[in-house]
Write a protein of this length. Structure first.
Length: 367
């Protein structure tokens, strides 16, 4: 049986040493056993995942010499497969919908902590009736999908390093949550608690705090030119002061001494200063034709680029552009060209809503 070793990085940040370490072990083991080293991009976090992070991870692995044996798979392209399997688990009773709220889980953990017990879900919704499920839905509760784990079952497998590993079902901390995302995919998620990601932008945050304190001063020039132009600082009288000699030296008078007398004070206005500093000639260059595009993503895999092109073709004319960057081939997926930025903005908004937060507007001199 062929051994297939996979690396599953999440493109929510740049390639780090932990990912590289895991990739190295898997790659070496695949080579030793004549197996295959595979890449699966875990890009289901649509808020934080970015195409540039995917490119960075793949480029880093290539730089390390850890080449993969099949085209990388993007997990977001397999959502329909996951959805079908979750439905099957629900149908055969191997999984169920759990409506336990965040506050109820916290309350349960506090009770267990006071009793000296390890945190564990109590599987309270394991055997809900159809009427009870309808009641929870009518209350606007959201749900997650949980595996139904038999507490009496022994779970064991052979680990290549540690040998035989055994667990009892009762020691797994309750029925395992398949994630709230599964409920969203199946259309089970209703109103309820939602988690938010807040990103602080340093410069914008500094300005807002300064505004609240009444200390904000804009660095931008006055738009209506109503503010007076400040005068230049006057040139003051220059005086001469004798300094003490350095020990071991003698004083010598210069052959041609420079005599500095009082300099007449003169104030130059800002207008005069500006006028003097202006250049007298301006170079002109011909303006080249340019085209506006919306770039959805860039891949090192042509297959991935083609799949994305088909996925976003309903937004506009999508094309794949092959480019060479620092000796490496990439495939850019772009929509356009657009005749104006307004149309490009609309397409960009649709792309972001479709789950591509890393999309951006680009200007090129080529169609």
């Amino acid at each position: 049986m062929e051994k297939r070793l996979r690396l599953a990085p999440s493109p929510t940040g740049l390639l780090h040493i932990g990912t590289a370490r895991t990739a190295l072990f898997n790659w070496l083991y695949a080579k030793k056993t004549n197996g295959k080293f595979l890449i699966r991009i875990e890009d289901t976090d649509i808020v934080r995942s970015k195409s540039e992070y995917t490119s960075n991870i793949l480029e880093g692995l290539e730089w390390l010499g850890l080449n993969w044996d099949e085209d990388p798979i993007q997990q977001s392209e397999r959502i329909s497969i996951h959805k079908n399997h979750i439905k099957k688990l629900l149908e055969i009773g191997a999984a169920y919908r759990c409506f336990t709220s965040e506050s109820e889980i916290l309350e349960l953990r506090e009770k267990q902590k006071k009793s000296g017990l390890p945190p564990k879900h109590d599987n309270r919704h394991r055997n809900l009736t159809s009427n009870e499920i309808k009641e929870f839905i009518s209350q606007g509760r959201s749900s997650v999908i949980r595996f139904r784990i038999d507490e009496e079952t022994e779970i064991k497998w052979e680990d290549q390093i540690r040998g035989e590993i055994k667990w009892q079902g009762k020691d797994l901390g309750g029925d395992i949550d398949l994630s709230r995302r599964a409920s969203q995919l199946l259309g089970f998620k209703r109103q309820g608690i939602a988690k938010m990601r807040v990103e602080l932008l340093p410069e914008e945050t500094r300005i807002e705090i300064a505004k609240i304190k009444g200390e904000y001063k804009s660095d931008e020039p006055n738009q209506n030119n109503s503010a007076p132009i400040p005068n230049a600082a006057p040139i003051k009288t220059v005086s001469i002061k004798s300094l003490a000699l350095v020990p071991g030296t003698t004083s010598q008078k210069p052959k041609n001494p420079i005599v500095i007398t009082n300099v007449q004070k003169k104030s130059l206005s800002g207008v005069e200063l500006t006028r003097r500093s202006k250049t007298t000639s301006v170079q002109q260059f011909p303006v080249k034709d340019s085209f506006v595009f919306v770039q959805a993503a860039a891949f090192s895999s042509q297959k991935s680029a083609a799949n994305l092109k088909n996925k976003i073709s309903d937004i506009g004319q999508a094309r794949v552009y092959k480019v060479l960057v620092n000796g490496k081939t990439f495939y850019r997926v772009r929509i356009g060209p657009f005749t104006n930025t307004t149309s490009a903005d609309k397409a960009l908004t649709k792309l972001i809503k479709k789950g591509f937060p890393g999309a951006r507007i680009v200007v090129s001199n080529k169609k």
